[in-house]
Design a protein around this ligand. Structure first.
Ligand code: NAD
Length: 508
């Protein structure tokens, strides 16, 4: 592919455009020299500079959110649903621009990012429908009393996002908080600010000023949001390490409600009765090679295949990965794009090297594409498959967050369950068998918050998603998420005997 073909979308969608933060209904630029450079991972070229938000920017955004929140709450679900509908129309109109910005800035293939826009649109539509009839309870705790519960939004919510679905996380992660009547300050990941800031321009025209604020930058504005005393509820998507830090830091500023969507080292278990092709497809789809270069929390990066199928599985999966085209994320033909940054590329390569050194069998991948299909300075790694991986190897233990899949043979059922559970993480798991009892018994024994049977990767909106163990706290994409953005208030009334009430009326 020629450099000119690559350059076109960059000049069309980024060009000399100014990207600004959204604070209190205003589009604001960086202060002084506080800007950060964003890079095109497909070419390694510098794209543009965007504001590197400060603690002061976060302070302004929180103040604006606090001021805007009561009127937003007073609009009720119907009023907020109208705003959501308008937001959906605006996002739909800008679908190509928003998806292309993710391809350019994040390295995720354009067509996959169009799917992310579609998912975002369905989320925008779904939330008001799901919560319209949500209500409290009456509780028959004691006779002669009326006890009921009502729900109140927290007020100002802070949301901090990971980099791997830039626009989709920007749009969808604040929705539950917003429809519940909270105002939100959102901090996207510093590697991928462009689609979030472009979305901010649309949101500015639709939300009342201050209801949704977007501050870009890294750990500094992130920490300012976590420790701001007015932010009573935090939602975080990111790594286990940052999640642990956030838990600690949040506690220094008061009692805060937290939800944490963290990493995964997710097992897939393949039983000997499956259709081999289906299971191979499930493993490859489940890695999200094509959506975000395997940089996915739900990727089934550890695949345990029964010895009867093992060699055939490895050979077939290796062939399929060999056939995937690695190219620029906005190339006409692309199956797998680059990794998000040079630094992350280095980190993933260190795992590939450790796999080789520790004696795993490299079946395919392990380096850059050699056929000139991708620009030479992009952050590429061919889809990589290691076989004969042993449980003590680093590639079997650590979340790599890249296009690296490890395959292990197994023979003993209890042993494979123990191996699958032998990790601090517990986000997802995938079970492949046609035996119904075995499938459900296995799902029951796996320590994961979300288990697929004969499926992988897809999130079914409305079903709770989230991790066990160090993979997180709380559940999203469901009514559980909505409730987590509301505080429960119990109201208790004594119901006097009717004679007493009537006697008082007579005596008046
Ligand atoms: P990260 O933890 O490095 O960063 C996530 C966010 O936290 C970024 O916006 C970053 O700027 C911010 N941050 C960093 N330090 C901070 C601090 N001290 N205080 C406040 N904020 C801070 O994660 P990442 O590299 O962007 O994303 C990859 C990780 O996210 C992986 O572990 C992946 O599994 C996880 N993830 C989980 C889910 C899920 O739904 N469970 C979804 C996507 C990604």
């Amino acid at each position: 592919m020629s450099q000119a073909a690559i350059g076109d979308p960059v000049s069309e969608f980024v060009g000399g455009r100014k990207f600004r933060m959204l604070v209190g209904g205003d589009l604001v630029e960086e202060r002084g020299k506080r800007s950060m450079v964003t890079v095109d991972p497909s070419t390694g070229d510098r794209l543009t500079e965007v504001p590197d938000g400060t603690a002061e920017d976060v302070g302004r955004a929180v103040a604006a959110a606090k001021e805007a929140q009561p009127a937003w709450q007073a609009m009720g679900v119907d009023g907020r649903a109208e705003v959501f509908a308008e937001l959906g129309r605006a996002v739909q109109e800008h679908e190509v621009e928003l998806a292309m910005l993710d391809a350019i800035d994040g390295g995720m293939p354009f067509e996959a990012m169009r799917v992310d826009v579609k998912i975002s649109l369905s989320n925008i539509r779904n939330w008001p429908t799901l919560v319209r009839w949500h209500g409290g309870r009456t509780i028959p705790a004691t006779p002669g009393n009326l006890h009921y519960t009502a729900f109140k939004p927290y007020g100002v919510v802070g949301r901090i996002n990971a980099f791997n679905h830039p626009l989709m996380f920007t749009i969808t992660r604040p929705l539950a908080a917003l429809i519940a009547g909270n105002a939100v300050v959102l901090k996207p990941a510093q590697q991928v600010p462009l689609s979030a800031l472009a979305f901010g321009e649309l949101a500015r025209e639709i939300f009342p000023p201050g209801v949704l604020n977007i501050v870009t930058g890294g750990a500094e504005p992130g920490d300012a949001l976590v420790t701001h005393p007015e932010v009573k509820r935090l939602g975080f998507t990111g790594s286990m390490r940052t999640g642990m830090r956030i838990q600690q830091r949040a506690a220094t500023a008061g009692i805060k409600a937290l939800s944490l969507e963290l990493g995964g080292k997710n097992p897939m278990i393949v039983f000997p009765d499956v259709d081999l092709d289906e299971a191979v497809d499930g493993a490859i789809d489940g890695m999200n090679f094509g959506v975000c270069t395997g940089q996915s929390c739900g990727s089934n990066s550890r695949v345990y295949v029964h010895r009867d199928l093992y060699e055939d599985f490895v050979a077939r999966a290796g062939e399929r990965l060999e056939g995937m085209k690695v190219a620029a994320a906005y190339a006409e033909e692309v199956d797998v794009g680059p990794l998000v940054t040079e630094e992350h590329h280095r980190r993933v390569m260190s795992f590939v090297n450790s796999g080789r050194e520790e004696g795993a069998r490299l079946v395919t991948g392990g380096g850059r594409p050699g056929n000139g299909s991708a620009p030479k300075d992009g952050f590429y790694l061919r889809p990589t498959l290691f076989a004969d991986v042993r449980p003590e190897m680093a590639i079997a233990r650590e979340e790599i967050f890249g296009p690296v899949i490890s395959v292990f043979p197994w023979e003993d059922y209890d042993d494979v369950i123990a191996q699958a559970n032998d990790t601090d993480l517990g986000l997802t798991a995938s079970v492949w068998t046609n035996d119904l009892s075995l499938a459900h018994r296995t799902a029951d024994r796996l320590e994961a918050g979300y288990v697929w049977i004969n499926d992988s990767t897809t999130h079914y909106w409305g079903t709770p998603f989230g991790g066990m163990k160090n993979s997180g706290l709380g559940r999203e994409e469901s009514i559980e998420e909505y409730e987590s953005y509301l505080e429960t208030k119990t109201v208790h009334t004594i119901l006097r005997e009717p004679e007493r009430s009537l006697a008082r009326m007579r005596d008046r």
